[in-house]
Ligand binder design. Structure first.
Ligand code: ADP
Ligand code: ZN
Length: 749
């Protein structure tokens, strides 16, 4: 009885029972039931119908009575053998189910609804082509053996094109659909359907040659390219200061891979940055570029996915999930600004795109290139210790110097009687820029981006009824909203507690906007924050307006820090550098350094030199000083030393086992149990240090309390399997039946 058992990953299987399940393949499904195809199977006691995906076919099973697959959903496998392996890897690595991993890999358009229909259909267009050689067709057309001149026109036109979409054919020939149908009836023309792709709007012009590299770029390119063409998998770090032209190096590297017949993936940290990147890369690669990110419509996303899978687009550009691009025969994966947190997923599967990329490169003998002006400490450590190849770009492309940076002590500013957000130094510099017609960017941390509403009499503030956070006011819909659970409500006329008048404490960006208006009445200010750019994609319009209309000042949150390239911006002001420094996570220093460096790097990118002013209440802080000097290597050395002393990454790996539930005591006792168990196993043997339980920074979200136990462990500790065991134990323990438990590698907050 050869090859009749399918090993299936089942969607309905939760983590603690997730393993490949054996099912019989009925004879009539045998042809379609291949590894990588999705199926329906009866699952568990109730034989509930569940979706699944076939991982392997086998000729035997260790189990007795097997159930049968009820349907095969795909005509062709949707997963390659490599993707199946990747899904299994993800289960081990990120404590998720195989099906969770599979779902992350496939575009939503490929999923099925409850009735087994695909959510997004394939789009086709009608095409027309001649059924006879052009010479004959042309003869028929000119011999006027045809009924109408319209038909003759159609034939003439088809003589000069091999095939044409019917719609265009009719449009250009001016003929009616009946004429075309008549030709079809006469057996002269064939109408057929071709797959069409919904494509996100991309401005396509002439294909431009790649930029000429300067000496330093050329050297980096050659070194990296040699690795990428070696056929061996590996990883490299490109450390290049802001404005050094990493993108130009990427272009050349990708071009070489496409020439070798390979494909490439380029990841960017933010959707807001994709339009810029797409435009740059489309100008060099045309239709070979496909985009994958979450703000495409399901149809577009599905079609881009198909173009890549069919080998029609060999360069995938996108955000985190684009690392699952179905590109085959990979030559290189590039992760730009690789230290960004957006590469880490906070929902199951809790993967980091970097780890996925590394795995995929190993699978296909490709090179993983990490690029950054402020690399992740761990990546730099890997490079310095020789595990990654290492390349540098130490100069800005146009040989401009990095901006001159000045630190302003805001405590002194206060003592001098300036209680505002804009110091006298920053004000002077802004004045200079305004008078010269140059532009400035002011950066304010995201935390200050929202409006709070509080009572002027009793101090009452609106709290989310379901989360332990305050509600913030959104002026575009004039509602109070919770950023964690989405709860929203109207604002009362007066304080609901005491009837006093309510104060609207302005959003950081709005406050700055008002202050600027007082200092420089009538000067144009553009505000960039989540409130001002509701729909995705409108960033780009605003940035474009800023560039075109030379609006003097842009005030923004995080979204103004990365990747932007404005020639005429010569001044950057960091309103307060302190907020992100004390966020309590061990990465806070790294984040602050990176953020300040990035935002300062927006200045002086054109032909004019740039300046930056960093305002802080802690001017003595070493990280701020290092960021002001743009001295990454110095920062790296001191940070690494701190990590060594505290036994943190890269010296150990960090994990969290988190629990959540509606009854706080149950959550805490589950965490205590987890802590004790891990102490007893990994802790006792000295394999790991277990800390906690401690509440998450926002302890209650959506009426669920959240606590966790943190574990740090050295390499080779085998900690992953222990974590997996304890998650499974807690999930099946009746005492904790109302508590959800999951494990996570390198949690974000
Ligand atoms: P980075 O990503 O390293 O901060 P960019 O790739 O954005 O830097 O490059 C900075 C600026 O220099 C851009 O305006 C880019 O067009 C320009 N540039 C970089 N390299 C070249 C090159 N080889 N030829 C022409 N322009 C370049
Ligand atoms: Zn809430």
């Amino acid at each position: 009885m050869p090859e009749t058992v399918a090993k299936v990953a089942v969607a309905a299987a939760r983590y603690w029972v997730d393993r490949p399940y054996d099912y019989l393949i009925p004879a009539e499904l045998k042809e379609k039931a291949l590894p990588g195809s999705r199926v329906y199977v009866p699952f568990a006691r109730g034989n509930r119908r569940s979706e699944g995906v076939i991982l392997a076919i086998s000729d035997h099973s260790d189990y007795g009575k097997l159930k049968s697959i009820t349907a095969v959903l795909d005509d062709k496998p949707v997963l390659t053998p490599d993707q199946i392996k990747l899904a299994l890897f993800m289960r081990e690595r990120f404590f998720c189910t195989v099906f969770d991993a599979v779902k992350a890999m496939l575009p939503a358009g490929l999923w099925f609804d409850n009735t087994g229909r695909r959510k997004v259909g394939d789009k086709t267009i009608e095409m027309a082509k001649l059924c006879l050689p052009p010479e004959e067709a042309s003869a028929i057309a000119s011999n006027k053996r045809l009924r109408s001149s319209a038909q003759a026109n159609l034939l003439e036109m088809l003589c000069s094109f091999e095939s044409l979409p019917s719609r265009e054919l009719l449009q250009f020939s001016g003929a009616s659909r009946q004429s075309l149908k008549a030709l079809q009836k006469a057996g002269l023309v064939e109408l057929y359907y071709r797959e069409a792709y919904r494509r996100p709007e991309i401005h396509l012009g002439e294909i431009e040659p790649p930029p000429l590299l300067n000496e330093e770029q050329q050297k980096a390119f050659e070194g990296i390219n040699a690795l990428a063409c070696s056929g061996k998998s590996g990883a490299a770090l490109l450390f290049g200061i802001t404005g050094s032209g990493k993108t130009s190096v990427y272009i050349h590297l990708i071009m070489e891979q496409l020439k070798r017949g390979k494909s490439a993936i380029l990841l960017v940290p933010e959707i807001a940055l994709t339009p810029q990147m797409i435009e740059t890369f489309s100008s060099h690669f045309g239709d070979d570029v496909a985009v994958l990110h979450s703000s495409l419509s399901p149809g577009e996303r599905y079609d881009e996915w198909k173009r890549i899978k069919a080998g029609k687009a060999r360069l995938t550009i996108g955000t985190r999930s684009a690392v699952f691009s179905p590109a085959e025969n990979l030559g290189i994966i590039i992760i730009d600004e690789e230290q960004e947190e957006t590469y880490k997923s906070e929902n199951a599967p809790r993967y980091n795109a970097r780890d996925i990329a590394k795995y995929r490169c190993a699978q296909s003998g490709a090179l993983l290139l990490l690029g950054s002006a402020t690399p992740d400490i761990v990546s730099m450590y890997m490079a310095q210790s020789g595990r990654y190849a290492y390349f540098e770009l130490n100069n800005r492309y146009n040989d401009m110097l990095l901006p001159e940076v000045e630190i302003v002590d805001m405590k002194r500013e206060l003592r001098r009687g300036n209680g505002g957000n804009i110091s006298s130094r920053l004000r002077e510099e802004l004045e200079k820029n305004i008078s010269r017609g140059e532009q400035s960017i002011l950066f304010i941390n995201r935390r200050g981006a929202n409006k709070l509403v509080s009572c002027g009499e009793c101090g009452y503030t609106y709290k989310c009824p379901k989360c332990s956070v305050s509600l913030t006011y959104h002026s575009n819909n004039r509602r109070l909203m919770c950023h964690y659970c989405g709860f929203s409500r109207w604002v009362d006329e007066s304080c609901p507690e005491c009837g006093g008048a309510l104060n609207f404490i302005g959003a950081g960006t709005q406050m700055i906007e008002q202050e600027l208006d007082q200092i420089f009445p009538g000067i144009g200010v553009m505000r960039m924050d989540t409130d001002s750019v509701a729909p995705v994609g409108s960033h780009e319009e605003l940035f474009e307006r800023f560039r075109r209309e030379r609006i003097p000042i842009m005030v923004g949150t995080q979204m103004v820090t990365k990747g932007l390239n404005f020639e005429n911006v010569t001044l950057v002001g960091v309103i307060s550098a302190d907020q992100s420094l004390y966020a309590g996570n061990y990465k806070a220093g790294e984040r602050s350094f990176s953020l300040i460096t990035q935002v300062v790097g927006r200045s002086g990118r054109g032909s004019k030199p740039g300046r930056a002013v960093i305002q802080t209440y802690t001017p003595e802080n070493e990280t701020i000083k290092q960021a002001a000097r743009q001295d990454y290597l110095d920062f790296y050395r001191s940070e690494l030393e701190l990590r060594r002393i505290q036994n943190l990454p890269p010296y150990t790996e960090l994990f969290a086992v988190s629990a959540s539930g509606q009854v706080e005591e149950h959550v805490v006792s589950a965490c205590r149990y987890i802590k004790a168990w891990l102490d007893d196993t990994a802790g006792r043997e000295g394999r790991a240090v277990v800390l906690g339980p401690s509440p998450l920074p926002v302890v209650k979200v959506n009426n669920r309390y959240r606590y966790r136990v943190t574990v740090s462990a050295g390499p080779g500790s085998g900690i992953r399997s222990l974590l997996s065991q304890i998650v499974i134990q807690c999930s099946t323990d009746k005492r904790f039946s109302d508590v959800a438990v999951y494990a996570d590698n390198d949690p974000l907050d």
